[in-house]
Design a protein around this ligand. Structure first.
Ligand SMILES: O=C(O)CCC(=O)C(=O)O
Ligand SMILES: [Fe+2]
Length: 317
């Protein structure tokens, strides 16, 4: 539950830092699940002669070896399908502890104070495990691996969700610090309208449109979170530390309102009016996501069916 001053902070500033949103048990389960997954990927890659044998190494060291070998760890560890044409062997991580994280009671209690009791898990969600910048291949510019350009989350959804009551829940799995690329926001920016976003290396707002003097970095200890409004301008800094920086971003909206990404599955996480509509079954959740693969694998995806920005605006020149 949030107290009145936390709700006021969210409403007035467009964001709220919540320490200890995940308990230590869930945090450990998520890390253990990802460690198993990465070890298994490493075993496969070693077997194919693409990677030295790193089976006994730590998660950090395994990730470093994978990055050094130029292998793509992002998609097999992500919790969403790509928003582009993808082959039907595209991997995704749909682990049981990730499902538990989407239903985390403290998260839903906090969301109730912001958007009410009818809450849907929005399918726009990612993991971001960012290696030290010095280890990243030159030319890598994905916002899941390096710093994230300034943007509003409303803009990465379709126009039909422009009035959807939605909250982003950004969760730190490792401590997020100034040095390793914590989230940063422009406080109060949710009170203005949506900015034009330009698709260049990432989908972002041109920097001359933002008062960067107001940029406020938000360091958060592992297990803590930043909750923010869909119009809050935010991004993240580069990872200048020597170890990985790991977060998840999940989104939630009022049930029945458009998610902004109808291609991917939504599900009810909490409902006071119809509790039997809540999805509690891990396998059913997995199935929902896997069905997306059957529908979209090997099919051309028009980027404009995911967001509205074609780069034609003069401010993108
Ligand atoms: O963690 C990041 O780099 C950016 C996260 C973000 O844009 C989001 O959570 O909406
Ligand atoms: Fe974002």
């Amino acid at each position: 539950m949030l107290n009145e001053s936390q709700v006021r902070q969210f409403e007035e500033q467009g964001y709220l830092v919540v320490p200890d949103l995940l308990d230590a048990g869930l945090l450990d389960d998520i890390k253990a699940e990802y460690k198993d997954k990465l070890s298994s990927l490493c075993r496969d890659w070693s077997g194919e002669g693409k990677l030295p044998d790193v089976a006994d190494r730590s998660f950090n060291d395994q990730l470093q070896a994978v990055v050094d070998a130029g292998l793509d760890y992002f998609q097999p560890l992500d919790i969403s399908w790509p928003i582009a044409e993808f082959p039907d062997n595209t991997p995704i991580h749909l682990g049981e502890s990730v499902f538990r994280m989407t239903r985390n009671r403290r998260t839903l209690d906090a969301l109730e104070c912001l958007i009410g009791t009818e809450i849907t898990s929005n399918p726009i969600q990612h993991v971001r495990i960012k290696p030290p910048l010095t280890d990243v291949a030159s030319g890598e510019n994905r916002a899941h691996i390096v710093g994230t350009d300034w943007h509003q989350d409303r803009a990465v959804a379709r126009e039909e969700a422009d009035t959807t009551r939605m909250v982003t829940v950004w969760i730190a799995i490792t401590d997020a610090t100034l040095d390793n690329g914590c989230l940063q926001v422009i406080p109060g920016s949710h009170k203005n309208s949506m900015h034009t976003h330009c698709p260049s290396t990432q989908l972002g707002i041109p920097h001359d449109r933002i008062n960067l003097n107001d940029a406020t970095p938000l360091p958060v200890a592992a297990g803590g979170a930043v909750l923010f409004h869909p119009l809050t301008i935010h991004g993240s800094r580069e990872n200048h530390s020597r170890s990985i920086r790991w977060s998840f971003d999940l989104r939630y909206n009022v049930t029945g309102e458009p998610t902004g990404r109808p291609q991917f599955p939504e599900f009810v996480v909490r409902s006071q009016t119809a509790p039997d509509t809540e999805l509690h079954d891990y396998n059913a959740w997995r199935e929902l996501w896997m069905n997306t693969k059957s529908r979209y694998a090997n099919k051309y995806q028009d980027p404009l069916s995911y967001h509205r920005w074609d780069g034609a605006s003069s401010i993108c020149a």
